[in-house]
Design a protein around this ligand. Structure first.
Ligand SMILES: [Zn+2]
Length: 266
């Protein structure tokens, strides 16, 4: 309740100003100290400030800092508030609280501020891994006719269909091992979860983490895209154990009300 009240107060400020303040980088600041000081996770800061380089913050540089952890989302097509809330795994009320005028549908191209805090909390206690993105599975793990190369190839993960800009969340806690371009994968994040287990998030339009950063299960880390060898916006998601690819579905919660599996007979 207190959180909702705080969000309403921010919404009132937001109507007059905006959802963020401009902060000028001071001597001694690091992205870590700014994140700590404002209580905004590093991936959220990086999403707001695409030009910021972790190793090269400049004194006097202006950063956008949101009042609460949250990111701007611009739907590519008109969507219902209820769908938007699923993309972020938050309650619709939390989105309404900061965007009181949006109503029950959001027009394509209209920017909405969406809080991201501890997302996916309904699954964090129950599941070891969580679904990294809301969408439906458009391609399963295993042998398939490759949609671009048109020959039988092994699909090393699952593809979850989602619009460009859809938030991607860490499926499990761990340390970022890779964050950058990789042939075929396009923009790729690899998270090392220990005991030889890694998760891969590919074709991203935006990477909001860097090598060495520790992320927790459910943390916002990136945005869906179509980079690399891809036929359209989707998240290619892999689970590897000792560098062997496994069917990610075997690790993910089965009773998930948000992510719909494609019916195999379709
Ligand atoms: Zn794929």
């Amino acid at each position: 309740m207190r959180r909702i009240l705080a969000l309403v107060m921010i919404a009132m400020v937001g109507m007059v100003f905006s959802f963020y303040i401009n902060y000028q980088v001071q001597s001694g600041d690091t992205i870590y100290s700014i994140s700590k000081g404002f209580g905004i996770p590093i991936p959220v800061l990086l999403d707001w400030n695409p030009d910021v380089s972790i190793s090269n913050l400049k004194i006097g540089q202006k950063l956008k800092i949101p009042f609460v952890p949250g990111i701007m989302y611009k739907p590519v097509k008109t969507i219902a508030l209820s769908t938007l809330s699923k993309l972020f795994f938050v309650d619709p009320e939390e989105i309404l609280a900061v965007n009181p005028s949006i109503g029950s549908t959001i027009s394509a191209g209209k920017e909405v501020f969406v809080p991201v805090g501890k997302v996916n909390t309904s699954f964090t206690q129950l599941a070891d891994f969580i679904w990294p993105v809301y969408g439906s599975i458009s391609s399963e793990f295993g042998w398939r006719i490759h949609p671009i190369y048109n020959k039988n190839m092994f699909h090393t993960g699952i593809d979850i269909k989602a619009d460009t800009g859809t938030p991607v969340f860490a499926s499990r806690s761990g340390k970022v091992k890779y964050a950058g371009w990789k042939s075929g994968y396009g923009n790729l994040i690899i998270i090392d979860h220990g005991n030889g287990i890694e998760t891969y998030y590919a074709h991203l339009s935006k990477i909001n983490v860097y090598v060495g950063l520790y992320v927790e299960k459910g943390d916002f880390i990136a945005r869906v895209g179509s980079t690399g060898t891809s036929t359209g916006p989707n998240l290619h998601f892999e689970v590897r154990k000792n560098d062997q690819t496994n069917d990610p579905v075997a690790y993910l919660p089965r009773t998930n009300t948000y992510v719909m599996r494609r019916v195999l007979s379709e």
